[in-house]
Design a protein around this ligand. Sequence first.
Ligand code: PGA
Length: 241
Amino acid sequence: MHWIVCPDRQAQTKACAAIIAAQVLQKPDSVLGFATGSTPLATYRELIDLKRAGVVSFELARTFNLDEYVGLPIDHPQSYYRFMWDNLFAPLEFRPGQAQLPNGMADDLGAECARYEREIESAGFIDLQLLGIGHDGHIGFNEPADVFSKDTHVETLAERTIDANRRFFATRDEVPRTALTMGVGTIMRSRRILLTAFGADKADVIREAFCGPVTPRVTASILQFHADCTIVLDSEAASKL
Ligand code: PGA
């Protein structure tokens, strides 16, 4: 694992954006894996600035997102589809079809998961996957479990995740209980991984995931076995290493 510990959030953001931009500069038709949540937002703003400054073009890139809630229409303000188009894809002037997310409104969710997995495979798998980390150690929506999940699947969200996501919904009852998520196997098949975190509230889980045993109870710990994983932290998230 490669570690980049930055003095502050701004440096953490710039480091992540530089790694993603460098990937696309080296391979303009890269397949990128993107994530939602508060963690990548500033990185996305930085990528938009780099694109507008003419430093990097995403025209030939393709993207796959990690996950999507089950049962939220794509135009729901909290759907991950909407999050990605508002915060990244529209400002980058993506064409329809350039970006894919699993469809949480599909009638047959199992078939949708299999379709998503096939799409990733036929794109040649993911060159660079961006990841945040949940307080329970999840990557994507792969919650603590007895075994590591393999492929894209339907996941029941942990109570702790529902609590964390509650802030985006009017009531706790409105938070979806299930989501479609790439599996740990899907994520591990990415050629490069970029996991990033900021803030003191992530310090414990960063230590648990990367300084402790590899266990499906802390899903991100599997990344210790990935051949090309870079972890970018601000000093607070790194404070318990
Ligand atoms: P956050 O979520 O970026 O909103 O902290 C991270 C995650 O749950 O993977």
